[in-house]
Design a protein around this ligand. Structure first.
Ligand code: BG6
Ligand code: MG
Length: 217
């Protein structure tokens, strides 16, 4: 039975949360309020639009549609500046080892990310060639925790949803994987990602033996 493995990007493959944070903080400060790292946790896995809505709630600010669109754009321009010089050194530990193992075993690999910047980031860090399908924020109408992004990825890999495994660092992402009837693997704090079927701090904790069992199941 063919398995498909689906990876979230931000926080699973690369640590871009810090750049998202800096860009949102800059916008918050421009609008006259603070935005903390703790508050940034709420933004993980969440679409850009929803992030701005939450940011405005935090700052108790209203926005006209025009302001909203301008601020989303400004945040992204700043974010793009932060990620401009990203390279392979920013890939999270042992991610390439797992991707290579899957490739060696002819297991189809997809990206399932909320980000609209996913493809250029994979290019910058030199991992794009591993992916048989890329589904990101440009391809979905419903954001995580809706399962759309992962169901689309399964479809593109031509693998049944129930034969897919998802690696996620966000609560919304784990919920999306579970809603898609896929095996969910939480990467990060197991107390936060308690709804995942398996939990690991990062990929250094995942043995190739475990991956082998997953793809054999
Ligand atoms: C997710 C991040 O992967 O992508 C979120 O975890 C981010 O923090 C979302 O808001 C959208 O990203 P982008 O690059 O389209 O603004
Ligand atoms: Mg993520």
């Amino acid at each position: 039975m063919t398995k498909g493995l689906i990876f979230d990007l931000d926080g699973v493959i690369v640590d871009t949360a810090k750049y998202h944070y800096l860009a949102w903080k800059k916008l918050a400060n421009t609008l006259g309020f603070e935005f903390t790292k703790e508050q940034n946790e709420l933004f993980k896995g969440v679409s850009r639009k929803r992030c701005l809505e939450i940011l405005l709630e935090i700052g108790n600010r209203e926005a006209t549609q025009k302001e909203f669109d301008t601020w989303m754009l400004e945040k992204n321009v700043d974010y793009l500046e932060y990620i401009e010089n990203m390279d392979a050194s920013e890939i999270l530990p042992d991610v390439p080892k797992v991707l290579q193992y899957l490739k060696d075993n002819n297991i189809p690999i997809a990206l399932g990310s909320a980000s609209k910047n996913a493809q250029p980031i994979l290019e910058k860090v030199g991992l794009l060639h591993y992916f048989d399908a890329i589904v990101d924020g440009n391809h979905v109408t419903k954001a995580k925790p809706d399962p759309e992004v992962f169901l689309l990825a399964a479809k593109q890999l031509k693998v049944e949803a129930s034969d897919c495994v998802v690696f996620e660092d966000a609560v919304a992402g784990v919920e999306a994987a579970n809603a898609a009837n896929m095996i969910s693997i939480g990467i990060g704090d197991e107390n936060v990602l308690s709804e995942a079927q398996f939990n690991f701090k990062d990929f250094t904790e995942i043995s190739l033996n475990f991956i082998q069992k997953l793809i054999e199941k």
